[in-house]
Design a protein around this ligand. Structure first.
Ligand code: KMT
Length: 219
């Protein structure tokens, strides 16, 4: 009996050290992403249908064509799962902000009663556009969709909800919409002073667009 106790104790300790070592051996962003993958309770992405119906619907293909985290990373989209209940004092969020220089933050609540000119803003967010900087959003409550264009110019819909921190690279064509719940509260992060300007498609002549397209060719 005692020998079994020592053996199982040994196994637990050995597994702990092996996993810790494997995670620490990875570069920092990979470390965070692996941890996120382990804790992941649900970012989900899929290729969209072509229907012009209500933007707030899921727009899945039938059968569904899901898109993995790895495929998202290949087009420069990164993801972390955090504990949004402690966002005001979260060392993990703090670490990401320090490492990546996300010095600016504000909080936006997208809801008909909270956001002036709600319906027009929802339409505006849904125009296909790019930014000159990364778009970094941490979902504190509710849920919504970020759509990004893949390498073949097909829409990928990414469902985000409480605890999801997502970064979209500068130069990627994308758009945003609430779902039918009409509610998302999100932290907007930025390196330095925020620049909200969106350039609607076509914006192919921008240097940032060319750099982004080149980065895809090289990867
Ligand atoms: C913005 O800049 O306000 C947006 O991108 C809207 C979506 S925030 C979840």
């Amino acid at each position: 009996m005692q020998i079994y106790y020592y053996y199982s104790h040994y196994l637990i300790v050995a597994t702990h050290f092996t996993v810790t070592f494997m995670l620490k051996a990875l570069p920092n962003s990979d470390f965070t992403n692996v941890v996120s993958t382990v804790n992941m309770s649900g970012i989900e992405a899929w290729h969209m249908d072509e229907s012009e119906e209500d933007q707030k619907l899921p727009h899945r293909l039938n059968p569904n064509q899901s898109v993995s985290l790895k495929q998202l990373e290949e087009i420069g989209v990164y993801y972390w799962k955090l504990n949004a209940d402690i966002y005001e004092n979260d060392p993990e969020l703090q670490k990401i902000r320090e490492e990546r220089g996300y010095s600016y933050m504000d909080i936006i609540t997208i809801h008909p009663d909270k956001l002036p000119d709600y319906e027009n803003k929802v339409k505006m967010f849904y125009e296909e556009h790019l930014h000159l900087d990364d778009e970094i959003r941490y979902i504190l409550d509710g849920q919504s969709y970020f759509d990004v264009k893949d390498i073949n110019d097909r829409w990928i819909r990414i469902a985000v909800s409480k605890g999801d921190l997502i970064t979209l690279p500068a130069g990627i064509y994308h758009r945003f919409t609430v779902d039918e719940s009409n509610y998302t509260k999100a932290m907007r992060l930025f390196v330095g002073e925020p620049v909200w300007k969106a350039y609607n498609r076509p914006a192919d002549d921008f240097d940032i667009r060319k750099a982004y397209v080149n980065s895809l060719k090289c990867s």
